[in-house]
Design a protein around this ligand. Sequence first.
Ligand SMILES: C[S@@+](CC[C@H](N)C(=O)[O-])C[C@H]1O[C@@H](n2cnc3c(N)ncnc32)[C@H](O)[C@@H]1O
Length: 232
Amino acid sequence: MIQPAEVVLSSDGIPFSAVFDDVYHTADGGLGQALHVFLAGNGLPQRWQGRDAFTILETGFGLGLNFLVTWQAWRCDPLRSRRLHFISVEKFPFLPQDLQRLHAAWPQFSSLSADLVKAWPPLSGGRHDLFLDEGSVQLTLLLGDAREQFPLLEAQADAVYLDGFAPSKNPDMWSLPIFEQLYRLAVPGCTLATWSVAGMVRNGLKQAGFAVCKTQGFGGKRQMLKGYREKS
Ligand SMILES: C[S@@+](CC[C@H](N)C(=O)[O-])C[C@H]1O[C@@H](n2cnc3c(N)ncnc32)[C@H](O)[C@@H]1O
């Protein structure tokens, strides 16, 4: 049974999870974080330009803010790939009316948010494929625990967004079995990015086979992590 996420706000007004005792995005701004860490950290939009299809795999759909920012950047790019496939896993999905309420903080995404909310699936466990933007954007939502959902997935990811709450608060989402699944699902040359530079993240990713390096972080965070799967 899938338990929906509850809407709770931190004292700064940021969506907060009482289950994980952590905020859904940095106080410096979820939109800026998405652009700097997840898009730029994966060489986007450039890497999807001229391609037939481009696949992004995310750990933790949460508010769907990374998805909305990515979708918007993709549709504004005249050189975009013909199709965009965004795959994300979520153990505690929001109810559609809560997503709609939370997305009101970013009015620039109101039309995309409305389309997403309209297509939102029933909260039953497993894979749900949503076709958006006249079918050129596919959102695959894996509802359930990443440790159970990823082994069932077949995908060829070109980029990975690692966004599963702080590793200290949610170590399962940053564990070797998850990193090994991400490596299995990554094409050679696939990139990854995350705001965390924790030792367990760097070492786990390396152990799974990824090359990683630190680079300039977003907002108050001095550093972030980028990585890739070797081409051969
Ligand atoms: C920081 S939030 C993600 C924010 C999101 N990427 C966005 O753009 O709004 C982390 C998410 O990971 C989910 N999560 C945590 N542990 C999980 C697990 N083991 N399996 C699947 N989802 C998990 C949480 O419920 C939460 O929604």
